[in-house]
Design a protein around this ligand. Structure first.
Ligand SMILES: [Zn+2]
Length: 234
């Protein structure tokens, strides 16, 4: 981010990331419907977001059993009833949904909620509430603080970003180089492999990514999309 801001200070910047879990990670204590109990917890077992305890240098503090120390923190700006977590049903009722006591906590396994049913389950309903949907990841917050926008690619669609094809090209070239025990040779091979991707090839890969986007936009899926690209000679 500091590089683009230094060299192109008057441009608007958008960074595109793939859908990796690390990119989507939310800050500790962000709004999340995960793991919340449906009802108010019993006395002495208050619910909270479990986080790993770290020291001032950001290092994990381990307990005597050798495992990372955990503590419970409050979620976002959530308010508690008498210091106790309210539970999903109560939160939903406060948001105007009726009779949440009779709605199940979660459809199992893995949120297999029945399509077309209005009040499916507490967890899915809360998950779809606007403030829960719009929680930003640590990455988005960091970029926004620098005035940079972030876009995430859909899952498993690395072909939509041409840099992946450039990496693929460089890796293929690297594989063809002679093995060597010398650090110097390996470092040189790495740079040579990266430099082997010419600007023309980058244009071609970018064009290929655009065609994939276009194919998806027009509703073509799987084989049809690939067929379109083959026809175009990409
Ligand atoms: Zn459900």
């Amino acid at each position: 981010m500091s590089i683009v801001q230094k060299h192109w200070p008057n441009e608007d910047h958008i960074f595109i990331f793939n859908n990796a879990t690390t990119h989507l990670k939310h800050p500790n204590g962000s709004l999340s419907a995960c793991k919340m109990p449906k009802g108010t917890p019993k006395v002495g077992t208050n619910w909270g977001v479990e986080v790993t305890v770290r020291n001032s240098e950001g290092k994990i503090i381990y307990g005597v059993d050798g495992k990372p120390t955990k503590m419970k923190i409050c979620m976002g700006d959530g308010t508690f009833e008498d210091g106790i977590f309210k539970g999903m049903a109560k939160i939903l009722e406060e948001r105007g949904y009726d009779n949440m006591v009779n709605v199940r906590a979660e459809c199992r396994p893995n949120f297999t909620c029945k399509p077309g049913v209005k009040h499916y389950c507490c967890r899915q309903m809360l998950y779809n509430e606007p403030d829960f949907v719009n929680v930003k990841s640590t990455l988005e917050l960091a970029a926004e603080s620098q005035g940079i926008s972030v876009l995430f690619l859909p899952k498993f669609h690395c072909k939509l970003t041409f840099i992946e094809q450039c990496w693929g090209h460089a890796k293929r070239v690297y594989h063809q180089m002679l093995p060597s025990p010398s650090k110097h040779d390996l470092a040189k091979n790495l740079v040579d492999a990266l430099e082997s991707v010419t600007v023309e090839q980058m244009w071609k890969y970018a064009c290929c990514s655009h065609r994939f986007m276009d194919a998806y936009k027009k509703g073509l899926m799987g084989k049809q999309g690939h067929g379109q690209l083959e026809k175009a000679g990409l």
